[in-house]
Design a protein around this ligand. Structure first.
Ligand code: URA
Length: 190
């Protein structure tokens, strides 16, 4: 199984009711041999329309944050916890998260085997790490079951609240240091 055939299967998924309201599923996008995977919450309206992750307003802000550390979206793999837009952008339900994570996200992580997973916001952090307090853990590396995670806020929150925007900028600078120290670029990724 490779990431492209996984994406194909995700585009056809009907495992939970979210498929009924979607225009396009959003499997994720980016480099195949990634060192870093970014995981958000769920597609919004623009992502649903294009089938591409983080292309709406919060995506622009994420591009800006990546720019601070001289990364481009093609250098990383971006996806979300659930692959179909929830109606009216509501939060994905516990069951939707569980099903989508089990069916797709786990496999994407296995196949891509990233050296670092960046969790953007509460939904992705809680789904992968259990209930954690972002206030306490943002900007830090957390290791769980042999994987390394870096927690930050969701870009949609960073856009709305200046205080969170400032914290996210700091987090991304820390992320840059971690990338350089971890020599992720040495293996030809950056
Ligand atoms: N927010 C997310 O979490 N994912 C997207 O793809 C877009 C917005």
């Amino acid at each position: 199984m490779d990431i492209f055939s996984l994406s194909e299967q995700i585009r056809r998924c009907t495992a939970c009711p979210l498929w009924k309201g979607r225009t396009l599923a959003v499997p994720g996008e980016g480099a195949k041999d990634v060192g870093i995977m970014f995981i958000g919450e769920a597609p919004g309206s623009e992502e649903d329309r294009q089938g591409v992750p983080f292309v709406g307003r919060s995506g622009k802000f994420l591009d800006f944050l990546l720019g601070i550390i001289e990364l481009k979206r093609e250098d990383v793999f971006m996806t979300s916890i659930v692959k179909c837009r929830p109606p009216k952008n509501r939060m994905p339900s516990v069951n939707e998260i569980k099903k989508c994570q089990e069916l797709w996200l786990k496999k994407q992580i296995d196949v891509l085997n990233p050296r670092l997973i960046v969790l953007l916001g509460k939904v992705s952090s809680n789904a992968l790490l259990g209930k954690i307090d972002i206030e306490q853990f943002h900007g830090k590396i957390i290791e769980k079951e042999g994987r390394k995670y870096f927690v930050s806020y969701h870009p949609a929150a960073g856009m709305r609240f200046p205080k969170i925007k400032a914290l996210m900028k700091e987090d991304f600078k820390k992320l840059n240091k971690i990338i350089l120290q971890g020599n992720l670029f040495k293996i030809g990724l950056f």
